[in-house]
Design a binder for this molecule. Sequence first.
Ligand code: ZN
Length: 365
Amino acid sequence: MADSCEYIIDSVENFWKIETDEDCKDENLEILTVGVNNMYSIANCANDLISGKDGLKLKAYSTYQRLVKVLDFVFKGAQLFQHNASKSGLPEEQLKPLSKTIDDFKGVLDRLKSDLPEDIVGNKNEIPNSSAIELLLELFYKACPDVDDIIYEFAMAFEARFGKYFTENKSCGLPRVVFICYVSSGIIVTASAVKWQLSFKKVMEREMKKKDKKEEEEEKNENENENTDRKGFDRVNERLIQWRKTRFPSGSTQTAKELSKKVFGASTAKKQGIGCVLKEQNVKAFDHSNIQGGAFHVLQGAGSILKIHRPCNKCRRMYNFAYIGPKGSVQDGRIFQYGSCAEDLCHVLLENDKVSDREPDTSLC
Ligand SMILES: [Zn+2]
């Protein structure tokens, strides 16, 4: 993976160069504070796992070391932002909550990094292209073999152990959805792309503002390129989407892509009856009915890290897992492009026989 992500995550400094756009200064600070709080929570969970008697053994696990790299990457970025923001004139008072978390985060991160070889955390280019929550779930699976191989039990045990560490109720800095599936040889944990944002609403408002501004500017300058004006966290999010794409094995998604095209076709042909249209065309979902699968919202609302999530319209039509929880009857017609959902990645990994087992030197996330 190192080669493919090298050009995307070229260095911490470039990745986290959040422009201090006057309009977004406060929002950037808020996004970073919430996201870093979440990363600090995950660091505390990892610390909990290594505080037991098998802690030192766990530090040799590749999942653990990769998780520490992700946390360290965010930590360095947050430090840079704090430094730049303070130089740019943001009042210290306003930076206080972020600075406090960064200090606490550093303390835990130092404990996590102790006894690890320097080249493991020092190399900037080999940062895993999966999220901290996926890695934590994989690590939990490996570290706690006593938990039943039932997704619901697994999620409950995860929640019971780690719930106390999470202070935020937004998934900022993490993916919005994770998908967990069990096969006989292990587990697959996947997610949608990591997003550094507080809510869709805020993004939409900003997009609208930008659009107005752009229309004004376009009158002045006709040659403006749409992608060059991405700033701050929009740019970070864009790069995270690209980065996640490198997790799809190349040349393996053709059939799934074709099926998703048919589903999209059916969804626009008839608003009320995607199922009927697909049946007429004899289009069938991928049969994973013997595999337990569960999608979860990450930190949606207070008091819960993982909340059962209904698959979107596309995933509901494309994948027939043995879903836990509500069968995913589609209520609001949400439909996401192929490749953007956690289920898409899970399906592709399944088709390629990629599964996480309990061995110390394997990591799928
Ligand atoms: Zn979906």
